[in-house]
Design a protein around this ligand. Structure first.
Ligand SMILES: Nc1ncnc2c1ncn2[C@@H]1O[C@H](COP(=O)(O)OP(=O)(O)OP(=O)(O)O)[C@@H](O)[C@H]1O
Ligand SMILES: [Mg+2]
Length: 145
């Protein structure tokens, strides 16, 4: 296992949004194409912030914002595709199938999902699950399950 994965398994705390983005950018370099990243965590835990870092790590320049109203957003750059899905308003795997998201997964692709528990049945068995949180001292945390 890479040192970064070991670190993430133990849990990493970050002191700023930039710090969380830098962590995600480092992780992006180690994720194979076709990776589904399930980003668990409450409102404001840093799921979108983390996805911004993933995009940067993949070399995608486009800005990543919260896709809540679009459900998912496609980011392309450097010959790569990052799909950012916000499942907050989705109710089950069937609702996700209706979006035909598979059609937008243009290889090489990475898929980051906020509120993955809403589409749990859709997630592949090899999805990476990250738990994001906020500690009492206001640091944010990222831990790989
Ligand atoms: N260490 C940190 N890591 C991540 N975000 C941080 C950190 N410190 C402060 N923040 C701030 O916390 C907020 C995190 O918001 P973000 O939109 O990423 O959360 P989210 O988990 O996507 O929430 P939602 O469920 O509403 O989509 C941002 O405003 C960010 O600037
Ligand atoms: Mg978000």
């Amino acid at each position: 296992m890479s040192p970064l994965f070991t670190e993430l398994h133990a849990g990493v705390s970050t002191t700023s949004a930039a710090d969380t983005q830098a962590l995600a950018a480092r992780l992006a370099l180690e994720l194979r194409p076709g990776t589904v990243l399930a980003l668990h965590g409450d409102l404001g835990a840093g799921k979108t912030t983390f996805t911004q870092g993933l995009a940067r790590g993949l070399g995608i320049q486009e800005s990543v914002t919260s896709p809540t109203f679009n459900i998912f957003t496609l980011h392309r750059g450097a010959g790569k595709t990052l799909v950012h899905l916000d499942a907050y308003r989705l109710n089950g795997a069937a609702a996700l199938d209706e979006l035909m998201i598979d059609d937008f997964l243009i290889a090489p692709w990475w898929l980051a999902i906020e509120w993955p528990e809403n589409v749990a049945a859709w997630l592949p068995a090899d999805a990476l699950h990250l738990d994001l949180g906020i500690r009492a001292d206001e640091r944010h945390t990222v831990r790989l399950r």
